[in-house]
Design a protein around this ligand. Structure first.
Ligand code: ME8
Length: 649
C-alpha cells in the first residue's frame, strides 16, 4: 500500500467558487478517489487563501470586518465542494492558528539560517494576483495576467534568497523531467529560472491583513509565502526534523500560478531542508467565448447553475447531474490545453460518452434480459469470457499507467475504450442468437466487464457508479471475474438519458449523436423530452452591472400596428419612445397577437441594438417577450403608466 498526498490551490475568498476552482478541485478529487480505490493511504487537501491586500479591500467594500468576511466566504467554498461530492480529508484556512503558527515558524527558521534578510522593495505590483513583476514582464505597462495597471511599490521589506536556489532548481528540472507536467510547462519554468532569479520580497509593511512577522512586528508575511506554506501546515509541520507522514505531495494548479509552485515553493522547501513536491501538475484554463473564465473578466459559470441546467434538461437527480458535470469537466476540461466551457461542449461529451456509450450499454443488456425473461447470469467462463478478460486487462493497464501520471483524461478514455469494446462485442455476438450456457457466459462477461468499467469511472462519477452497483446488485472492484454472478434489478430507468435540444431547436446539436450510428443500440436509448428543459441559451455566464447597463431598455407606447405583408409572424409597430422620438419595430408576435390588440399598450424595448431589416422593413429596436410552453410569445406587461421613453433598470 502506497501513500498519496494531493492538493488543490487554496482559493482566494474575494470571489465565490466557480467552474475554474471547481475544475481543479474535481480533478484532485478524482485522483484522491483513485488512490483510495487502489488501497493507497490518501490525504486530499484543499482550502482557502484568506489574507492580503485584495481580500481586505473586498471586505472593506462590503463594509465587513475581514474575519467575518473570510468566515462567510470559506463556508461557501466548503458548501460548494460538498455539493460537488468532493472527498477532501482536510480544509485548511490561512487565518487558522494552526496555519499561522507554521508560517511564523518557517520564516523564523529561514531568517535564522540567513535565507531571509532586510532590504528595500521597489517594483511593479499587481494586487489582483498579489504578485510582483519585472518591468520587462509587463504588457504595455499592465499585469501580464490581468491586463490591468500595476502599481509602483517602494518599501522596506524582508527578502527570501531565491537566487541562491537557482542552480538547484535547474538541476531539479533536469534530473526530474516529470517534476512538472505537462512538459511544455516544465520547459516554461526551466527557462524562467535559467533567465535568472532575483531575491523575492516576502513581507509587507503596508498590508495589515496578514500574519505578523515574528522577528519584526512592523511587517506582515507576503500573501503568497503565507499561502504556499498551507501544504505543510495542514500536515502539522513542527520544524523538528520529524517526518510528515504524507509529504511530499502532488500539487494540482492552473498554469497561472506555475511560477509560485514550481520555482518559489521548491526553493522555500530547499531552504527548510524538506523534500520538494512529488509533482506539480499545471492545467490550462476554461475559456468562455475564447476568453479566460475569471472573476475579474466577470464571465463566470457557477457549478450550481450548471448542475441545475443538467438536472432540468435531462431530468436527472441532483446527485447524478453533479456526476455528469464532473465527467464533462474531467473528460473535456483544460487538462493540457485550454478548453471551451460551453453548454454545447457539455452536451456533446455527455451524449457521446455518458448517454450513447456508457449509459446505453447497461440499458441494452438489461433490456435484453427483461425481454427474454432472464433474471440472472451466474459466472460462466469460456472463450468469450477470456476474450473479454484480455480486453479488460489491457484497458486496466492503460488506466493505471494514466493515473500514475495524474492523467485523468487518458484514464477516462481507457474506461470508455472498454465500454466501446463491450458495445461492439454485443453487436458482433448477437446475443439474441445465443442460448443456454453460451448466452449465460455472454451476459456474465459483459456485465462483469461493465462492473469493472464502472469501477474505473467511479473516481469521476462516484454517485452514478454506486447507482450502477445497486442496479447490478454487486460491489465495485477492479478484479475481473470476482463477482460470482448477477441478478440485476431490471426495472431501473436509463442512467444517463440522452440530451436533445429543445423543440424550437428541431435538430440535435453537433456531436450529440455521438458521431456513431449504433443501429439497434440507438433505438433503445430513452430520449428525454427535453422540450421541457431550458434551451442552451438559458444558462449564461454572470456579467457585471457595467455590462448589463450597456443595454438601453425603455418603455415604449405602441401608436399603430399592422401586419407585414406575406408574413404570419411579423407585425410592424410604430412606437413612441419619448425623448428618443418615434421608431419602427418589427416583431415576430403575429401568431399570438392581432395588430389592434397592441395599439395603446406599453411594451419593453431594447433601443440600442443594431437596426435589422426583417422582410424588407427596417426594425429599429427589439421588444421583449417570453416564449410560453406553446411556443408562442407573451409580451412583458408594464405596471402603471410610466411615460414613453422611461429607462428600465
Ligand atoms: O491563485 N480555468 O487563488 P485563485 C481553470 N490563492 N482553472 C481556473 C480558472 C479557469 N478559468 N480560473 C481559476 C490563487 N482556476 C491563490 C493560490 S495556492 C498556494 C494559492 C483555478 O482563487 C486554477 O486552479 O485565484 C487556478 O490555479 C486557481 O483557480 C486560482 O485560484
Amino acid at each position: 500500500m502506497g501513500r498519496y498526498y494531493v492538493t488543490t490551490p487554496i482559493y482566494y475568498v474575494n470571489a465565490e467558487p466557480h467552474a475554474g476552482s471547481a475544475y481543479t478541485t474535481v480533478y484532485a478529487d478524482a485522483l484522491a478517489r483513485y488512490h483510495r480505490l487502489i488501497g493507497d493511504k490518501t490525504f486530499f487537501l484543499t482550502g482557502t487563501d484568506e489574507h492580503g491586500q485584495n481580500i481586505l479591500k473586498v471586505a472593506n467594500e462590503k463594509g465587513l470586518n475581514p474575519q467575518d468576511f473570510v468566515d462567510q466566504m470559506a463556508q461557501k467554498f466548503k458548501d460548494t465542494w460538498k455539493f460537488m461530492h468532493i472527498s477532501n480529508d482536510d480544509f485548511i484556512r490561512t487565518t487558522e492558528p494552526r496555519h499561522e503558527k507554521v508560517v511564523q515558524l518557517t520564516i523564523e527558521i529561514m531568517y535564522e539560517k540567513g535565507d531571509i534578510y532586510l532590504g528595500t522593495y521597489q517594483g511593479w505590483y499587481c494586487s489582483k494576483c498579489e504578485t510582483y513583476y519585472g518591468e520587462n514582464e509587463l504588457e504595455n505597462g499592465n499585469c501580464p495576467i490581468h491586463k490591468t495597471p500595476v502599481e509602483f511599490v517602494s518599501e522596506e521589506s524582508y527578502f527570501f534568497k531565491w537566487s541562491k536556489y537557482q542552480n538547484l532548481l535547474v538541476e531539479l528540472y533536469t534530473n526530474n523531467p516529470e517534476f512538472v507536467v505537462p512538459t511544455t510547462r516544465l520547459n516554461e519554468i526551466k527557462s524562467f529560472v535559467e533567465r535568472g532569479l532575483k531575491d523575492i520580497s516576502v513581507t509587507r509593511t503596508s498590508v495589515p491583513w496578514g500574519i505578523p512577522v515574528p522577528f519584526d512586528a512592523k511587517h506582515t508575511v507576503y500573501v503568497w509565502y503565507d499561502a504556499l506554506v498551507n501544504y505543510i501546515s495542514a500536515l502539522g509541520y513542527t520544524g523538528s526534523g520529524e517526518k510528515m507522514e504524507f509529504w511530499p505531495g502532488v500539487h494540482l494548479i492552473g498554469k497561472d500560478i506555475l511560477r509560485h509552485h514550481a520555482a518559489l515553493w521548491p526553493a522555500m522547501l530547499m531552504s527548510l531542508e524538506l523534500p520538494v513536491p512529488k509533482r506539480v501538475v499545471a492545467h490550462g484554463w476554461w475559456l468562455v467565448s475564447g476568453q479566460k473564465m475569471s472573476k475579474s473578466v466577470g464571465n463566470i459559470f457557477s457549478p450550481q447553475d450548471l448542475v441545475t441546467h443538467i438536472e432540468n434538461a435531462v431530468g436527472l437527480t441532483e446527485e447524478i447531474a453533479v456526476d455528469a458535470l464532473r465527467y464533462f469537466m474531467l473528460a473535456a476540461g483544460p487538462q493540457k490545453d485550454d478548453a471551451d466551457l460551453s453548454l454545447e461542449a457539455l452536451w456533446t461529451t455527455y451524449n457521446a460518452d455518458l448517454a450513447n456509450d456508457y449509459g446505453n450499454l447497461l440499458h441494452r443488456v438489461l433490456g435484453f434480459m427483461k425481454k427474454k425473461g432472464i433474471d440472472s447470469a451466474p459466472k460462466m467462463t469460456g472463450q468469450r469470457y477470456s476474450r473479454v478478460a484480455a480486453v479488460v486487462e489491457d484497458c486496466l493497464n492503460k488506466y493505471h499507467a494514466a493515473y500514475e501520471k495524474e492523467d485523468v483524461q487518458s484514464a477516462l478514455s481507457s474506461a470508455m475504450d472498454l465500454v466501446k469494446f463491450l458495445n461492439d462485442f454485443q453487436d458482433k455476438e448477437k446475443p439474441w442468437t445465443l442460448s443456454g450456457d453460451e448466452l449465460t457466459e455472454f451476459l456474465y462477461s459483459v456485465l462483469e466487464a461493465y462492473r469493472i468499467a464502472t469501477t474505473m469511472l467511479s473516481p469521476a462519477i462516484p454517485s452514478a457508479s454506486q447507482l450502477v452497483a445497486h442496479t447490478l446488485r454487486t460491489q465495485l472492484s477492479l478484479a475481473f471475474g470476482q463477482c460470482s454472478g448477477f441478478n440485476p434489478d431490471l426495472t431501473q430507468p436509463p442512467l444517463f438519458p440522452r440530451y436533445r435540444e429543445d423543440k424550437q431547436g428541431d435538430t440535435i446539436r453537433s456531436g450529440s449523436s455521438g458521431g456513431e450510428d449504433k443501429g439497434e443500440a440507438k433505438e433503445q436509448v430513452n430520449e428525454t423530452n427535453s422540450g421541457q428543459g431550458p434551451s442552451l441559451a438559458e444558462v449564461k455566464p454572470v456579467v457585471d452591472y457595467e455590462t448589463f447597463s450597456k443595454l438601453d431598455l425603455r418603455i415604449a407606447l405602441v401608436e399603430s400596428a399592422e401586419r407585414v405583408p406575406k408574413s404570419d409572424k411579423l407585425i410592424k409597430l410604430s412606437v413612441d419612445l419619448g425623448p428618443l422620438g418615434k421608431r419602427t419595430i418589427v416583431a415576430g408576435i403575429g401568431l399570438k397577437y392581432e395588430p389592434e390588440d397592441l395599439v395603446g399598450r406599453r411594451i419593453v424595448v431594447v433601443t440600442n441594438l443594431q437596426p435589422r431589416k426583417l422582410m424588407g422593413v427596417l426594425s429599429e429596436g427589439m421588444l421583449l417577450a417570453a416564449t410560453g410552453e406553446d411556443g408562442l410569445p407573451n409580451l412583458l406587461a408594464v405596471d402603471g403608466e410610466p411615460a414613453p421613453g422611461t429607462r428600465i433598470k
